[in-house]
Write a protein that binds this ligand. Structure first.
Ligand code: MN
Length: 242
């Protein structure tokens, strides 16, 4: 028996000692969440050439675009606001390629936090570069000192008829929040499926795709404390099976 192979995009990490030892890394929560969903997780390094990336893509049954730093605004035709965090242009290029292939070829895709932003830019959309300075009256979407990441930070309003609604029901859903950017203009072909009470977009889907779901929150860190969040990973793996 085999289970679907789910690629999880990794990130570069400089936290190792000695400090000149560069790592590629992924939070264990992504790996665990894919396992709980019934998939076999593999981490895809972020700095590969296109031919290598394409070769890996050909072996995947599904893809998770993981969280992380900000996308270089040139990727969506905007100037750098000076408010960016942890930009990695090589990671941007890799993930935008993976997202474009997944969109074009119908590979099941779950896009998380930075991932939903990558998905939107890959589809031709743009981003709010910094919510606190660019969205008047916004809630606190970034991490708050002392608040564990798995704790519900705000609700989102899930759109009726969406895949998200099929998983969680339409209406209010409690989610965590650890982002200072968000979707601005929505890429062609994508639909908004969830919004925070301040109007910030928290969910995107492509309705005519086998499974293309993006969420601005971090379901992978909620799978133990809020088991309903496993449904996103189960649905990804189910789509990846067929
Ligand atoms: Mn949020």
């Amino acid at each position: 028996m085999t289970v679907p192979v789910i690629g999880i995009t990794g990130r570069a990490d400089q936290s190792a000692r000695p400090p000149n030892l560069s790592l590629f890394a992924i939070a264990q929560t992504y790996v665990r969440a894919v396992e709980l969903g019934g998939g076999a997780p593999v981490v895809v390094p972020p700095h590969l050439e296109e031919v290598e990336l394409r070769s890996i893509f050909g072996h995947l049954d599904g893809l998770v675009l993981s969280g992380g730093g900000d996308i270089q605004p040139a990727a969506f035709g905007e100037e750098d606001s000076g408010l960016l965090w942890s930009v990695d242009e090589r990671r941007d290029r890799s993930e935008l390629a993976l997202a474009q292939w997944a969109l074009a070829e119908g590979l099941p895709l779950l896009a998380i936090c930075r991932g939903v932003q990558v998905l939107n830019v890959a589809a031709g959309g743009t981003l709010i570069q910094d919510i606190p300075t660019q969205v008047p009256g916004a809630l606190t979407h970034s991490t708050v000192a002392g608040r564990p990441i798995a704790v519900v930070a705000h609700t989102v309003d899930v759109a009726p008829g969406s895949r998200l609604a099929a998983l969680f029901g339409a209406g209010d859903l409690g989610v965590n929040s650890a982002h200072h950017q968000a979707v601005k203009t929505v890429g062609p072909g994508l639909a908004v499926t969830a919004r925070a009470p301040d109007g910030v977009i928290e969910g995107l889907e492509r309705p005519d795709h086998p499974f293309c779901v993006g969420v601005q929150w971090h379901p992978e860190v909620m799978v133990e404390s809020h088991p309903e969040m496993r449904r996103l990973f189960e649905a990804l793996v189910e789509a990846a099976r067929s």
